[in-house]
Design a protein around this ligand. Structure first.
Ligand code: ADP
Length: 602
């Protein structure tokens, strides 16, 4: 009874692979459907073989039909392999049609095999079938295998992107078929077919593209969790920046007021100046963290609009001179005067990029010079700006240059321990440049200095539509009889606003909530401008505005005053119906601009 061992082993493998495959939640694609068919057929075939062998051995029953059914099962299995190869190789539109055609072919083959004569040779241990039925089955199997090979070569030469790994079962099948033929000669008593099929199925289990749905679900869950955590981080950062900006508004506001106050002695003014610089620094850090979190949350937007290039250049120069201060550094500038005066692009971000690089040059240079060069090339309606900043500072090691743009990366910590920084500036600069299709190149020699060169394209505006608002000294700006209503739940910030507005000799009225603001308007009080905080308990700024707009004849300009400084906030508040947007800490220039628009003498 030696010939039952192989079918038993085949049955064992088959059961194992079936359990492995069907215990997973599989994707329902055509590959796994065909594979399920192959597995189930293989299991039935192994069982059938074991039963038939036992029947023959025990009762010596030799009926050709039993062998024909065995051969048919092998045929159906090979046709399944063929179907699998077709789906891998050809762009099949309708799998139903493929299944239907193969079923018809298999029915025809079954009729031929069943109707042709077969002789079963049963000589002791050796069980063999011969005759036209067996021969035709051999021919059909060969045809299927050759067709699979043709498909393989088609894929090999036509669709180079199809992974060849999936064809491994085909070659294993060819290999075991040849081995089977050989074993017929040397070990005629072995029944090898069920084992061959189980083995190919086992190999296929490893090559089939069958993602585990459970794992995908787990991965999806993990991704969702990570997304949520990231979202929470962004929210935390923006609310933290809001919280920091609110007290910072008071620090910046009051210290600026003290600087301009003639009663403050010169010695105290120096200290106040330090407070101003330190709070500017803190604001820059908060802005940097906010920027990087926006970039990571894909919330950073480039806001293109017309802007004045000479104004931008002047601001860069003034700012850098201020930053150099007392340092023994010569600041050289060479700015091409033929650069078109009005450009279209995100001027604020262009400024931020150049300021970052200039600030670094000042920070990392002790003495010598810093040079800012801006030149341009015009192509059609584009102005290709080339900005370079060169310094005679500490320089950057060659190996460190490619680390420059990683966030929180501060190089050569020993060399610059005394220099403040977060390592965010250049990471933000690079990301902003990527968003604007710009480029940055760094050349540097340690101990000699560095040169950062930036290239950005901006559109040229031939007929500008914007009007440059001239910044006039506050006291010259307004008529003294105008009144501003300030709405803010934070008492200190109310005081800051009041003091700032007093500088313009404006009258102010202060209220601490949206309700109070509405009450004042309902009472019939006349105001020329309302500065409205956004985050307030009960009625927030936006809700208050909407309530005000419902009042008959309400036409006072309302400015959103907020520490909410995420990008797009300006647009958001303008869309809500505000006339202007003013970020906290209040920037003097911005306040000037707004007062110029709404409270000008004329
Ligand atoms: P940081 O806030 O530390 O200045 P940046 O991202 O702006 O962060 O710069 C990253 C690092 O690159 C700095 O810590 C410094 O080591 C180096 N670096 C940037 N600019 C210069 C420069 N002009 N000269 C020398 N080193 C520089």
């Amino acid at each position: 009874m030696s010939c039952i061992y192989l079918p038993m082993a085949a049955l064992f493998i088959s059961i194992l692979v079936n359990i492995l495959f069907f215990s997973k939640v599989n994707v329902k694609n055509i590959e796994t459907k065909i594979y399920s068919y192959l597995l189930v057929l293989n299991l039935i075939h192994c069982l059938y073989n074991c039963i038939v062998i036992i029947l023959i051995k025990q009762f010596n029953i030799v009926i050709p039909i039993l062998h024909k059914i065995d051969i048919l099962m092998i045929m159906y299995w090979v046709s399944g392999i063929f179907a699998y190869m077709v789906t891998l190789s050809l762009p099949i539109k309708s799998y139903r049609k493929l299944g239907f055609s193969l079923t018809i072919i298999n029915i025809i083959i079954s009729i031929i095999i069943l109707s042709l004569p077969m002789t079963v040779v049963n000589e002791g241990e050796i069980l063999n079938t011969i005759g036209p039925s067996t021969d035709s089955a051999t021919i059909f199997v060969t045809c299927y295998v050759i067709s699979c090979l043709i498909l393989f070569f088609y894929v090999r030469f036509k669709q180079k992107d199809q992974p060849l790994k999936k064809f491994i079962p085909l070659f294993v099948l060819i290999g075991v078929l040849l081995l089977g033929l050989l074993s017929r000669n040397f070990f005629p008593n072995l029944i090898i077919e069920p084992f061959m099929i189980s083995f190919v199925n086992l190999v296929m289990f490893h090559t089939i593209e069958n993602p585990d749905i459970k794992m995908i679900e787990q991965l999806n869950m993990a991704r969702d969790q990570a997304d949520k955590a990231n979202q929470a981080k962004t929210e935390f950062l923006s609310s933290m920046s809001h919280e920091i900006r609110t007290p910072l508004n008071a620090i910046v506001g009051f210290s600026n007021l003290l600087l301009e106050n003639n009663d403050v002695p010169a010695s105290a003014k120096e200290d106040v100046n330090d407070i101003v610089m330190a709070s500017d620094n803190l604001l820059e850090i908060v802005n940097g963290i906010l920027d990087i979190s926006k970039i990571e949350a894909n919330k950073m937007e480039i806001e293109n609009q017309e802007y004045s290039f000479p104004k931008l250049a002047n601001e860069l120069i003034t700012l850098t001179r201020g930053r150099i201060g007392e340092k023994p550094i010569l600041f050289k500038t060479s700015i091409d005067e033929t650069i078109p005066p009005v450009l279209f692009g995100d001027g604020k971000r262009v400024k931020q990029i150049i300021v970052n690089i200039l600030t670094n040059a000042v920070k990392y240079t002790e003495k010598g010079w810093i040079e800012l060069r801006i030149s341009h090339v015009v192509k059609d309606d584009l102005c290709h700006l080339i900005i370079s900043v060169e310094d005679t500072g500490i320089g950057i090691k060659e190996g460190n240059i490619n680390k420059l743009f990683d966030k929180f990366e501060r190089l050569d910590i020993e060399a610059n321990t005394t220099i403040e920084g977060t390592g965010l500036g250049l990471a933000i600069t690079k990301k902003l440049l990527d968003m604007m299709n710009g480029k940055i190149v760094v050349q540097s020699v340690v101990g000699k200095g560095s040169k950062f060169t930036v290239a950005i394209d901006q559109k040229i505006v031939k007929n500008p539509t914007f009007k440059e608002v001239e910044v006039v000294k506050p006291t010259e700006v307004v008529a003294t009889d105008k009144t501003v209503l300030v709405v803010d739940d934070n008492k200190i910030n109310l005081k800051v606003a009041q003091k700032l507005l007093e500088q313009y000799s404006l009258k102010t009225d202060l209220v601490a909530s949206g309700d109070e603001c509405i009450a004042r308007i309902k009472e019939g009080k006349r105001y020329d401008l309302i500065l409205m905080d956004i985050m307030m308990p009960k009625l927030n700024g936006v809700e208050t505005l909407h309530e005000l707009q419902k009042l008959p004849d309400f036409n006072i300009p309302v400015v959103a005053l907020t520490a909410d400084a995420l990008t797009g906030m300006r647009e958001k508040y303008l869309k809500e119906g505000f006339d202007e947007y003013l970020a906290k800490p209040i920037n003097k220039e911005e306040l000037n601009r707004i007062i110029n628009i709404y409270l000008n003498k004329e």
